[in-house]
Ligand binder design. Structure first.
Ligand code: AN7
Length: 345
């Protein structure tokens, strides 16, 4: 029997466009190569051809794996014995998994009570030291930056340039998938610490294309929209509950030079888009990811005909929000008549 072909990791797939040489250590879980699926109901609703980039199908369930395969591989190449990050959840899950695979230690600082259950379970299962900070993400990031300056621990937040190198490959995949005849007009993407939008723009520029970049923030955590840091960010989309993004200038540059924009969406609009995607497109993403679609629904994407929305993380990451937003179960006695009534009634 011939071996079954599996997804190759993105360092292997895009090595010539990444800062890795043949023979460098590669820590990979087969990340990248995620589906780009057409969204008929959403397309009809917004009057454009809309595609969804399903980043929740990465190995740990979010786009962070693209950056983490590069950040952890580079850390191992440099001889690091430990990695650290601040996180609203997904970065910690991804860092923990790749560190486990590399056989190095991992510590994560997460804001107390504000990370989704699935992400916490992942970080703990992968054996990371999970430090629950009585503070928010911005405070956590400031602290881990200081710590990484003082100790030989590799910082794997998106301030690490290898993270962006890995994440830019999502742009390559979108451009490849859509072909050259009708390029993408606009990209809609949630913005938290602003690493991902910066990475996508870098990827597009390297290919010589320039879709309009529309970044969306949660209204309670929208520093880029307000033009000033937000001291106490709040939103149901816990992944993007960030008040002082590290990649502020680069993200603004991506949106301005591509003639895009940064806009806010309310929690209610995010949750509408979240339910719409699940109920009408069969796509279950986490609330932060739905901000990209909420933004498209509420603000549009200029006069773009072909749009891609980045769905950054899987819906299973955050079961509590899903159960809050979903319909109720139907209790039933174990008898045919009762089941009939429950199913058909
Ligand atoms: C699902 O995990 O910042 O603008 O610490 O998990 O690149 O920060 C997560 C961010 C969007 C925003 N969607 O991306 C973290 C973290 C999801 C996310 C974002 C995040 P950036």
């Amino acid at each position: 029997m011939s071996p079954v072909a599996t997804r190759v990791g993105l360092i292997e797939r895009y090595r010539e466009r990444l800062p890795f040489a043949d023979g460098d250590p590669v820590i990979s879980l087969g990340e990248g190569s995620t589906p780009l699926v057409h969204a008929p109901a959403l397309s009809e609703r917004v009057g454009a051809e809309v595609w969804l980039k399903l980043e929740g199908l990465n190995p740990t369930g979010s786009f962070k794996d693209r950056g983490m395969t590069c950040a952890v591989s580079a850390a191992v190449r440099e001889g690091a014995k430990a990695v650290i990050c601040a996180s609203t959840g997904n970065t910690s899950a991804s860092a923990a998994a790749y560190a486990a695979r590399a056989g190095i230690r991992c510590a994560v600082l997460v804001p107390d009570g504000k990370i989704a259950t699935g992400k916490l379970a992942q970080a703990l299962m992968h054996g990371a030291r999970v430090i629950v900070l009585r503070g928010n993400f911005d405070e956590a990031l400031k602290l881990v930056r200081e710590l990484a300056d003082r100790h030989p621990i590799s910082l794997v937040n998106s301030v690490n340039r290898f993270r962006l190198e890995g994440q830019k490959t999502a742009s390559f995949e979108i451009v490849e998938a859509l072909g050259e005849e009708r390029p993408l007009d606009a990209l809609c993407i949630p913005v938290g610490n602003a690493g991902n939008i910066t990475a996508y723009w870098k990827g597009f520029r390297e290919l010589g294309v320039a879709p309009r970049m529309f970044g969306f923030q949660a209204a309670g955590a929208a520093p880029l929209v307000e033009g000033a840091p937000v001291a106490h960010p709040e939103t149901v989309a816990s992944a993007i509950r960030i008040g002082n993004p590290a990649r502020w200038e680069e993200a603004m540059d991506a949106m301005t030079s591509s003639q895009g924009a940064v806009r806010a969406v309310t929690d209610a609009q995010i949750l509408d888009a979240y339910r719409f995607l699940a109920a009408r497109e069969g796509v279950f993403c986490e609330p932060a990811s739905a901000a990209s679609v909420a933004g498209l629904m509420v603000h549009g994407a200029g006069d773009a005909e072909r749009v891609a929305c980045v769905l950054t993380g899987h819906g299973l990451k955050d079961p509590s929000t899903a159960l809050d937003q979903a319909g109720a179960v139907v209790p039933c006695e174990p008898e045919l008549a009762a089941v009939e009534e429950a199913v058909l009634g």
